[in-house]
Design a protein. Sequence first.
Length: 110
Amino acid sequence: MPAVLRRPAAAPSEPPGVADRFARVVRSRPFEIAIVVIMANGVVLGLETYPHLGEVRPVLRWLEWSFRVVFVAEIAARVLAYGRRPQDFFRHGWNVFDFLSASSPLRGRR
């Protein structure tokens, strides 16, 4: 489970900024339900290990890339939720793990 995002509330006279909006999104229930996307991604990756997939392989590749886009967008939203201190995102172990998990497939294969 990702680390809980704790940011001080904006002063009542301040309009909500970008960081506040992203913090609200990150704490929302739909954002937490993203575990279903992670499980579906695991199923797709597992299916790709079978050697004889035939016509299904391109569909699985497309799904895999779709999941990557979702994961990168999730990480970007969580980093943006830290506002002017995005480096604080990396103070939590789960955030570092999520960042490495989401970014490692984007490096390409050798």
